[in-house]
Design a protein around this ligand. Structure first.
Ligand code: ADP
Ligand code: MG
Length: 464
């Protein structure tokens, strides 16, 4: 087992300085205090858990990589918040675990395996806390329920069943509950794992003839969280075991939290008795994000990026544009932002609309709305109570011209059509006419409350 002297750490810091640059170094690396290497974990002290989270997320694999060139067998990094830190009072040093994907894929070594046997949970992602979870209409119920469970008070609903589409924050909320319980109720044995890991452990226990241990382990937890439970659909013996574990814990009044990509009743090949058990508690869904939530998430994430790239300029309207155009899932949205900042800092240019469109062309294309020009024309003419033919036709009276301009504006905003293409679809008008119309609505939007309201309503209707 290797160790590292303070001199070696000093040298390593020099390397990091050249890799991450002066600003990043001063903000993020310099405050780290190297403590020790225990087993295969390098432990650093950090002044705040925020800094630990941030470094773990953004520089974790880099540090790990450089470390492993100096010391053998380091597989993980832990950040321990300094005991005398002025943050909230902590009973003991808080451990910020590395996100799973950052852990180095080293050849299997014994200590890791042994530890997994003792603690059947999966590592928690340091970024997934309540602090970083943005609440909006689509997720407020799920968030409130998660908060309640995280208080660790008497069990009021069991299980809590969270469901929703990919990337809507199910895993984030579950990790947040676990983090919160670890600080609020360190006496509780909280276990988080995916349904896949549950199956894997179950199969392993069968193979190693350790079913008694397995049962004992899972029946001794106080709070059990199983993520993506749809995974065990169709896997009969795993379902069976899961059912028994579930019942044993519910009987002991232990809290269970489950997530899935759909409602319990809609998971195919899941036994009926399990379905009905899952429905016994509180079932809440995370709705698809709306524009406001996406914008809120972007605004919160942008703060982190600004800290990482101080001085990088962000043009107004870019976040709004992204929130409009990328509506698939939050993971894609986050990825887009990260890429945008990295790209802009690399080429040393401010983040403008042009740069955004260049840098994210593929993402934008992939998440392109299926909203068509025809749809917009239809909705707008309905809204203003005019005939579609009048909207597209040549008449220039105000009662047709204004809705026409509104429709042109929405086409520019919500589709990827060029001005000439839009012009063609509005009765073969010239692109300068379209441009004029778009400009006019942009002005009116600021001056005229009614127009602003119309636009908002139409956009919602079209995006619904
Ligand atoms: P799911 O498990 O539902 O597929 P995740 O919890 O893994 O989704 O979320 C995907 C990504 O989006 C994560 O990085 C998560 O932090 C982020 N995310 C999702 N919802 C929110 C939210 N409301 N606020 C902040 N980040 C979010
Ligand atoms: Mg998930």
């Amino acid at each position: 087992m290797g160790n590292m002297t303070q001199e070696q750490w000093g040298k390593l810091q020099q390397n990091l300085l050249t890799t991450v640059g002066k600003n990043n170094y001063a903000t993020w690396i310099e405050p780290l205090e190297f403590l020790e290497i225990a087993e295969d974990v390098a432990v650093f002290e950090v002044p705040t858990s925020f800094l630990g989270n941030y470094v773990s997320q953004n520089f974790g694999d880099l540090i790990l990589h450089q470390l492993s060139e100096v010391v053998e067998n380091v597989r993980r990094i832990n950040f321990r918040v300094a005991a005398n830190s002025s943050q909230r009072p902590t009973r003991k040093a808080e451990i910020v675990d590395m996100p799973k994907e950052v852990q180095k894929d080293a050849p299997a070594v014994v200590p890791q395996a042994a530890r997994e046997d003792l603690v059947p949970g999966a590592p928690l992602d340091a970024r997934f806390t309540f602090d970083t979870f943005v609440v909006g209409k689509p997720n407020e119920l799920a968030h409130a329920a998660a908060r309640r469970v995280a208080e660790g008070g008497p069990v009021t609903f069991n299980p809590l069943f969270l469901y929703g589409g990919v990337g809507l924050g199910k895993t984030h909320l579950m990790h947040a509950i676990a983090w919160e319980l670890q600080t609020q109720r360190p006496d509780l044995n909280v276990v988080y794992l995916s349904a896949e890991q549950f199956m894997y452990r179950f199969v392993q226990a069968l193979r190693d003839r350790k079913m008694m241990d397995f049962k004992q382990l899972f029946r001794s937890v106080d709070v059990l969280m199983v993520d993506d439970v749809q995974f065990i659909a169709g896997k009969d013996s795993t379902q069976e075991e899961f059912f028994h574990t579930f019942n044993a814990l519910v009987d002991q009044n232990k809290q269970i939290i489950i997530s899935a990509d759909r409602a319990p009743g809609e998971i195919k090949d899941l036994e009926d008795r399990i379905k009905s058990r899952l429905q016994c508690g509180l079932v809440v869904d995370l709705h698809p994000t709306d524009y406001e939530l996406r914008l809120g998430i972007l605004q919160s994430k942008v703060e982190l990026h600004k800290m990482q790239y101080p001085g990088l300029e962000l043009a107004p309207g870019v976040l709004e544009f992204l929130a409009h155009r990328i509506s698939t899932n939050v993971r894609v949205l986050e990825g887009a932002l990260t890429r945008l900042f990295a790209f802009a800092s690399l080429v040393g240019r401010p983040i403008t609309m042009d740069l955004t469109q260049d840098c994210l062309a593929d993402v934008l294309r992939a998440s392109e709305r299926k909203i068509t020009v025809e749809e917009i024309q239809r909705k707008v003419s309905e809204h203003y109570n005019i005939r579609l033919s009048d909207m597209i036709g040549p008449k220039r009276v105000r009662s047709y011209a204004r809705p026409r301009q509104v429709a042109m504006y929405l086409c520019k905003q919500l589709t990827s059509r060029s001005l000439p293409e839009i012009g063609r679809r509005f009765g073969g008008r010239d692109h300068t006419t379209v441009m004029h119309g778009v400009k006019r609505i942009e002005e009116l939007r600021v001056q005229d409350g009614q127009i602003a309201e119309d636009l908002e309503m139409l956009r919602r209707a079209l995006e619904a």
